[in-house]
Structures are given as structure tokens and as C-alpha cells.
Design a protein around this ligand. Structure first.
Ligand SMILES: [Zn+2]
Length: 508
């Protein structure tokens, strides 16, 4: 594939979400990217259009013009406009930074809708771990049946779901059996064109015995992963699965590795009330998971905790003091009955909080706008205060805030940032009327997530006209979806006779 060129996109509305004036709402805006980087972003004028065409000539890719029939409205699944004299069509859409997902799992899409109405540990035993075991133990026969590795299909399907909802960068917590398969997830990400940090999982206690291992095994996995050649958009960091499933013997050397290699360190913490209570009573008596993590020295600005639902005032003070970051996953936390974390208290204490979706198995989708909406609804109701978490802050919590946590140069439409941006079509009944003054609010409260019609990552188009393009190696979304459907049917057959799995948390 050739390198991305120079591209301009003009839309009816632009939300840069950038710089000191991050609340700016622009009517008639544009973004210009060169290669993987944004060169210009701001209000469009005819003079700008003439300058760009004069400067770049035929090498300028104009979104909405180079369709076979020249019909801009076809390209954007919206009503494109060509105000008189303009060479660059104005698309009936809102242009904003692509979303950043700071916590998810790419091995769960085939199990959406399975083992619902159960708490976390039962769901792990009934859905996630059996599926992960199924595609690993039966890998060869499934690969023959499906014509591709079931893991590869699963990981690619997750990439499709991210692109569908406008997520171009993610931290994927590669847990349980998946930790052995870093090459395959990296290959899926490289082919999809997204950017990914793979937090490589691991555990040495209180988990399905088959996946327990030793610190030297976990360190060796990291060493092997960072040696995978040819990766342009995939990196790795330690990602021990849960605080309760890792002893200090595992956590201390993994955090040391992260410090030595200047990477993040990612872990689930205090997700579910029963497990959190059991941890403090039986595993590390008298200590919360955060207190334990601090006591062994693994909390700092590079530590990213998923969830932290069951979190007291002492824990919040520790998070603020150490600089640890939080990823809040309201869809999973409510569906699994885990509760919701005190994110207003965290934010007030200065703890960075990103909103994310978690894996598709618990969420059961990657609609990050819906996650942001739910986070706000819950906090407004819990505190009986409608002023909390206004739309602009929520949009930042799925763009610039997670980009900062993941140390990614995106999340804002500004010169020098990575060219990751999306268009949401406005020609949908649920978004009529949209004006400058209700634009951010409509994205949070009225959009359903399916309005993301165009996705650009690193200056390359991944989705346009509402359709995801074939991956860089030629595999089409239709092939991936058909294989995933078949894989889920095979898993349903297997589940009927599979032995029951128990072992996630000894408190059961
Ligand atoms: Zn998770």
C-alpha cells in the first residue's frame, strides 16, 4: 500500500477539541493532513480552498470529489453541498477527532449476548474463558473448518467493531489464553490500520489453572513480543490480568520491566464488589487492591487501572498521590452488576479518568458514545446534579484524555497531531435538528453511534460512505463477519457439552 498523501476534508461542523479554546464549535470547517499528520484545521474559506488547490494541485485528495460519478452526497452518506465557486465540497457532517479506547479486549466479539445476567466471575467462567479455551484447544480443527485461524478471525472482528464506531486507537488487554498469541493480534491490527497498545496478560494465582504461569514466563512473552519485526502501529506493555490474580512476585518484576522500557502498565482493579471484599479479607488482609498495589510500588503515572469500581476515599487519595490513571467502563460495570466507580471524586482529586467500552463480551458493543452517555447519566442521577459531566467534557474523555493516558499524539484536531479523525453524518432523523449550539450535546444525547460514516487513521481512510474498506491485506469486512458468525455457531455447539469451568476467584 502506498503512503498516505495530502487529504482535505470539509464539513458543515468542525469540533477540534484542541488547545486552550477546546470548546470551540466551528461552522464550515476543514482538516488538511499530509502523510500521517494534520497540517491545518479550522474555519474554511473559499480563499483557503483556492490556496490548497493551488499548492497541491492534482495530488490533493479531496474528500467528496473523487467518486466515479462525482457525487459528494454518495461518498459521505449525507447531503453534500457545493457552495457556489468552491472546489471543495462541504459535507453534511460533523468532523471531530477519532475516538480513543483506553481499555478493551479483542477476544470477545464472538460471545456478545452470551452468559448475560451473571456477575463478573461467573461470566468469566461461563463465557470468556470457555471461548478462549475453545479457540485454543480446538484451534487446528477450527482453522480447517473456517479456512483461517479462529483467533485471527476474532481479533479482526474486534478491529471491525472499533472502526465501525470511530475508534482508531486502543489499548487491548490481551488476557487469559490470548497472552500466548501476540503475533496474531499484532497482525490483525497492522492489517486493520488502527493503532494499538497490546497489554500482555498474565496471572499466577486464583485463576483457571491452565493459564497460570511464572514471572519469567511473563517477562519472556514481553521480550518476544517487542522483537516481532515489521510492526508500524502496534506496541506492547505488561498487562497482568487482575490485581487479585497476580502476586507481588509477578507484579513487581513486570512493573520494573515497564519502567525500564518506558511503557505503560495495565491491570484490572477492584472491578466487582465480592471479589474486592474477598481480596481484602482473604488474599491481602486489610488492604484494598489499590493499597496493595501502592505497598508493592507498582503505582505511578504509567500505571493504568481499568475499573476501580469499589474505591474508597483512601484509594482516591492514593491514586492522586501516585499519578495512576483510571479507565471507566460504564457499560460493562452496569451489565455485570459490578457497580460504578466514584469518578467525580477521582476527577476532583486530579486523577485522569477516561471513558471506555471494555470488551464486547461484557459491554456488549464498542459504542463509545453510548458509554460516555451512560457515564454521565449515572453520575448526574447518583449526585442529583444535572451540571456534572457536560457534553464537551465527555467528548474529551473519549478523545484527548485517553490519548494522553496512552501517550498518543491524537485526540485533537490541530497541526502536528496524528491524522486520526471521523465524520458523523447529520442526515439522520435522530440528529435533526443539529445546529452549532446543540452539536456536542446531540453527539452525546441523541446520536446512536451508527452515524460514524468516515474514519481516517494516520491519514488513511478505513471507512467511508458508511462502509469499512477491506483491510490492508485484502481481507474484506464481509469475510470477517461471515467467519465470525460461523465461529460463534461452532462455539454454541461446543458449549452444550463442554465441562463446566470454575476457578476464577477461590471465593466461589
Ligand atoms: Zn476488561
Amino acid at each position: 500500500m502506498t503512503a498516505p498523501g495530502v487529504m482535505v476534508c470539509r464539513a458543515q461542523f468542525l469540533l477540534p477539541l484542541a488547545g486552550p479554546n477546546r470548546g470551540e464549535r466551528i461552522h464550515d470547517g476543514y482538516v488538511l493532513s499530509e502523510g500521517e499528520t494534520i497540517k491545518e484545521a479550522g474555519r474554511y474559506t473559499s480563499a483557503i480552498g483556492e490556496r490548497l488547490i493551488g499548492t497541491y494541485g492534482a495530488s490533493l485528495c479531496i474528500m467528496g470529489r473523487f467518486q466515479p460519478d462525482g457525487d459528494a452526497s454518495r461518498l459521505q452518506a449525507g447531503v453534500g453541498e457545493r457552495p457556489s465557486g468552491d472546489a471543495i465540497p462541504r459535507l453534511h457532517a460533523v468532523l471531530l477527532p477519532a475516538f480513543v479506547k483506553a481499555h478493551g479486549h479483542d477476544h470477545e466479539q464472538p460471545i456478545i449476548g452470551i452468559a448475560k445476567d451473571e456477575p463478573l466471575t461467573a461470566w468469566l467462567d461461563h463465557a470468556v474463558n470457555p471461548f478462549a479455551g475453545f479457540i485454543n484447544h480446538h484451534h487446528d480443527e477450527l482453522a480447517r473448518e473456517l479456512g483461517d485461524s479462529p483467533r485471527s478471525i476474532t481479533y479482526r472482528m474486534a478491529r471491525l467493531c472499533d472502526i465501525h464506531y470511530g475508534i482508531t486507537t486502543s489499548m487491548v488487554h490481551h488476557c487469559t489464553y490470548n497472552k500466548y498469541h501476540c503475533r496474531e493480534i499484532a497482525a490483525a491490527n497492522e492489517a486493520a490500520g488502527t493503532t494499538m497498545i497490546v497489554a500482555i496478560g498474565g496471572q499466577d494465582r486464583h485463576y483457571v489453572k491452565e493459564v497460570l504461569d511464572r514471572p519469567q514466563d511473563a517477562l519472556e512473552r514481553l521480550r518476544t513480543a517487542i522483537g516481532i519485526p515489521g510492526l508500524e502501529r502496534t506496541s506492547f506493555c505488561p498487562g497482568p490480568d487482575q490485581v487479585f490474580s497476580n502476586s507481588r512476585d509477578m507484579l513487581i518484576p513486570l512493573k520494573a520491566w515497564a519502567r525500564e522500557h518506558d511503557t505503560l502498565f495495565h491491570i484490572h482493579s477492584a472491578e466487582e464488589p465480592r471479589t474486592t471484599r474477598w481480596f481484602s479479607e482473604a488474599i491481602e488482609p486489610g488492604l484494598s487492591e489499590v493499597e496493595f498495589a501502592e505497598s508493592i510500588g507498582i503505582l505511578d503515572g504509567g500505571t493504568v487501572l481499568a475499573h476501580q469500581v469499589n474505591c474508597g476515599p483512601r484509594d482516591v487519595r492514593i491514586l492522586a498521590r501516585t499519578g495512576a490513571k483510571i479507565v471507566h467502563n460504564p457499560l460493562a460495570n452496569t451489565i455485570l452488576g459490578s457497580g460504578m466507580p466514584p469518578i467525580m471524586e477521582m476527577i476532583a482529586a486530579g486523577v485522569p479518568v477516561a471513558i471506555s467500552t471494555d470488551g464486547s463480551g461484557s459491554a456488549d458493543n464498542q459504542n463509545i458514545l453510548a458509554a460516555a452517555r451512560l457515564a454521565a447519566q449515572y453520575q448526574k442521577a447518583r449526585h442529583q446534579d444535572a451540571t456534572l459531566l457536560p457534553s464537551q467534557q465527555l467528548l474529551e474523555m473519549i478523545t484527548s484524555v485517553p490519548a494522553g493516558i496512552l501517550r498518543q499524539n491524537q485526540g485533537e484536531l490541530a497541526p502536528g497531531r496524528r491524522a486520526d479523525w471521523i465524520l458523523l453524518a447529520l442526515d439522520r432523523p435522530n440528529l435533526i435538528p443539529t445546529r452549532l449550539d446543540n452539536l456536542m450535546e446531540n453527539l452525546i444525547w441523541a446520536a446512536d453511534g451508527s452515524e460514524v460514516v468516515t474514519v481516517v487513521a494516520r491519514g488513511r481512510i478505513l471507512k467511508d460512505g458508511g462502509r469499512i474498506l477491506p483491510f490492508r491485506d485484502g481481507i474484506t469486512p464481509e469475510q470477517i463477519m461471515a467467519s465470525t458468525q460461523r465461529l460463534s455457531e461452532l462455539f454454541a455447539d461446543y458449549r452444550r457439552t463442554a465441562p463446566e469451568l470454575r476457578g476464577t476467584g477461590v471465593h466461589q
